[in-house]
Design a protein around this ligand. Structure first.
Ligand code: ZN
Length: 149
């Protein structure tokens, strides 16, 4: 990875963590779930509104590190408009990209690529995946708190 690209990725993460998109409650939510990453102290609530098998809207409330907030922000932007199946595939791909040994071949126009630098910091991977795990529980309508441990 070039240093310019790394700088760009860092800027995207900082921007999302300081100005999170879709932050706040979602009155129209059809499902919500809470996630907890005790290793870092990240807490996130993800709200999802489903309609016609699609994610009509999504929002989150989070307290935690920049990685977890940026990941939640990017995720809510990424999943809006996807079908349930597409969103589940996106979750699997995101997980695989962060945890598989070979480097991911990501389209660089996807902002999610900015989080791939987390691969180099194994203790932070759960910060990035927490919002996604929580989202999948919310998608299924569940409200129980999930934890990464
Ligand atoms: Zn964290």
């Amino acid at each position: 990875m070039t240093s310019e690209l790394r700088d760009l990725y860092q800027e995207i993460i900082i921007d999302h963590s300081r100005n999170p998109r879709n932050s706040g409650q979602l009155e129209t939510a059809t499902g919500e779930a809470k996630g907890n990453n005790p290793l870092c102290g990240d807490r996130v609530t993800v709200y999802v509104e489903l309609g016609d098998g699609k994610i009509v809207d999504a929002a989150f409330e989070a307290r935690g590190c920049a990685i977890s907030i940026a990941s939640a922000s990017m995720m809510t932007e990424h999943i809006k408009g996807l079908t349930v199946e597409q969103a589940q595939i996106a979750h699997e791909e995101f997980n695989n990209h962060l945890t598989k040994s070979e480097a991911p071949d990501l389209k660089q126009e996807s902002e999610l690529a900015a989080l791939m630098g987390v691969r180099n910091f194994p203790t932070r991977i759960k910060c990035a995946t927490l919002p996604w795990h929580t989202f999948i529980v919310a998608l299924k309508g569940g409200a129980d708190e999930i934890t990464t441990e």
